[in-house]
Ligand binder design. Structure first.
Ligand SMILES: Cc1ncc(COP(=O)(O)O)c(C=O)c1O
Length: 456
């Protein structure tokens, strides 16, 4: 018999379990346990040693409404007392209400949702729907992007009749450049470039078999972990035209950008473009419970009245998760968080520009809403990157990880260990001007460790 109640749980025991029994995401497995978080409130969190720090990453851009909001905790407790979850073949009230709510807050005629447990799952569903709707195999994706940690799992489901509706062979990826104006892959400058990055996609579709072969294009409206790449204003309207020309579906991955992060409900609202499929997670429940959603336009949803919908999951439309989202979403409106994101985002961008002027290691500053990135370079003139593309998967320290470490020591968490040279500041949308000043002052100190590697 295992004595479950008495598993040793002193600090040293927990540290040992972390090191010996747990996989740490996206890293060499550490020799020491990371600091343990014991509580969080608003824009701050506290570790076991009693130290309080600022959360300027919103836990990888998820805790948009801030930590431990009592309204959400109360809603979770209430739902948990009646129904935590039930088989997805039956309806539950939170699922039905959330599906309707998502149709209300998303742009255009996006109206039918598949509700899952996170961002990667939401994107898997989007890609599968795209295959099933078009009957085509090829999906365009862009370099410098992240859509989740799972592989497109359906090709593994051999012999199960549920996989027959999939296009055989699964997804075939075509990779294209981003509208990354700071380092344009076409060597051009906006606006003289005439949007070569969109023209390239048009030609790529043609060369890959056009409307017979290419099913969709997936993109982050503002690229997140790979460097806060904000497209020029014409990019998405022009891309919409190209996609319409070929019947290629646009899949907007709003997992990071959705739910107020960029100063609108969804980033695509900035350009008045309705994607055919949109995915979201993170800010949908703000980390209080895991949840993701894939929402499609009406004509796509309606197709599956006559065609088998080949997707599902035991916890699809999880009642407790949906109830959590239903308590989170109204808070964006009642507390004016989307307006605050736009207003405080402009202030944060302005302050980040000042850091650029001051620090030799900051080559570029970009942002939209409370989603602001500082790109680290060795030389502002030549734009030589601070670290190489493979730095993230190499063992040991590099200048950017030194910035991340320094931030932690000084009392702040930002997204500074992501794959590219961009340090991201994305505080919860409740952040105040004083808290931004506090965070920027810490960033100012931390950047000094990278200045040492930059040419003055
Ligand atoms: C744009 C984007 N899509 C998808 C994901 C995956 O989401 P999850 O970690 O919930 O699976 C992430 C995670 O950071 C993301 O940034």
């Amino acid at each position: 018999m295992i004595d479950f109640k008495n598993i040793p749980s002193e600090k040293e025991d927990l540290d040992r379990y972390e090191v010996e029994n747990n996989f740490q995401s996206w890293s060499y497995q550490p020799a020491q346990s990371p600091p343990r978080v014991v509580s969080a409130k608003g824009v701050r969190f506290t570790t076991e040693d009693g130290r309080e720090r600022l959360d300027f990453s919103s836990c990888f851009v998820s805790h948009n409404i801030g930590h431990q909001d009592p309204r959400v905790v109360e809603a979770i407790c209430q739902q948990a007392q009646t129904l935590t979850s039930f088989a997805p073949s039956m309806s539950n009230k939170p699922r039905a209400l959330l599906a309707k709510t998502l149709a209300e807050i998303t742009p255009g005629d996006l109206s039918r949702s598949f509700i899952s447990l996170g961002g990667a799952e939401a994107n898997e569903a989007a890609v599968k729907i795209c295959h099933q709707f078009t009957g085509r195999r090829k999906i365009i994706t862009r370099f410098r992007t992240y859509h989740g940690g799972t592989s497109t799992a359906m090709t593994l489901s051999a012999g199960d009749s549920r996989s027959w509706a999939q296009v055989l062979g699964g997804t075939d990826m075509i990779k294209v450049p981003q509208p990354y104006c700071y380092r344009c892959m076409f060597g051009q400058a906006y606006p003289q470039c005439d949007l070569q990055c969109v023209k390239y996609i048009d030609e790529a579709i043609e060369l890959e078999g056009g409307g017979d072969q290419v099913a969709g294009i997936i993109f982050e409206p503002v690229t997140g972990a790979n460097g806060i790449i904000v497209p020029p204003p014409e990019y998405f309207p022009e891309l919409r035209k190209v996609c319409d020309k070929w019947g290629v579906l646009m899949i907007a991955d709003e997992v990071m950008t959705g739910l107020g992060r960029t100063g609108k409900w969804f980033a695509m609202n900035h350009w008045d473009v309705t994607p055919d499929i949109m995915t979201m997670a993170k800010g949908l429940t703000c980390g209080y419970l895991p949840l993701g959603a894939t929402i499609v336009r009406e004509h796509i949803g309606d197709r599956f009245k006559d065609q088998f919908f080949s997707h599902g999951a035991t916890y699809a439309g999880h009642a407790l998760g949906c109830a959590t989202a239903l308590s989170v979403i109204p808070i964006y409106q009642s507390d004016n968080l989307i307006e605050n994101s736009a207003k405080m985002g402009s202030y944060l961008l302005e302050k980040a520009q000042e850091l650029k002027d001051k620090h030799p290691c900051v080559g570029d500053v970009r942002g939209l809403g409370l989603f602001v990135g500082l790109e680290l370079v060795k030389n502002k003139k030549t734009k030589e990157p601070m670290t190489s593309t493979d730095a993230k998967i190499r063992a040991g320290m590099n200048p950017k990880l030194e910035v991340a470490k320094k931030l932690g020591e000084l009392g702040m968490m930002a997204m500074a260990a992501n794959p590219v040279n961009v340090v991201v500041m994305a505080p919860p949308l409740i952040v105040t001007k004083d808290e931004i000043d506090e965070g920027v002052a810490i960033m100012d100190q931390a950047l000094k460790v990278a200045d040492v590697y930059a040419e003055k």
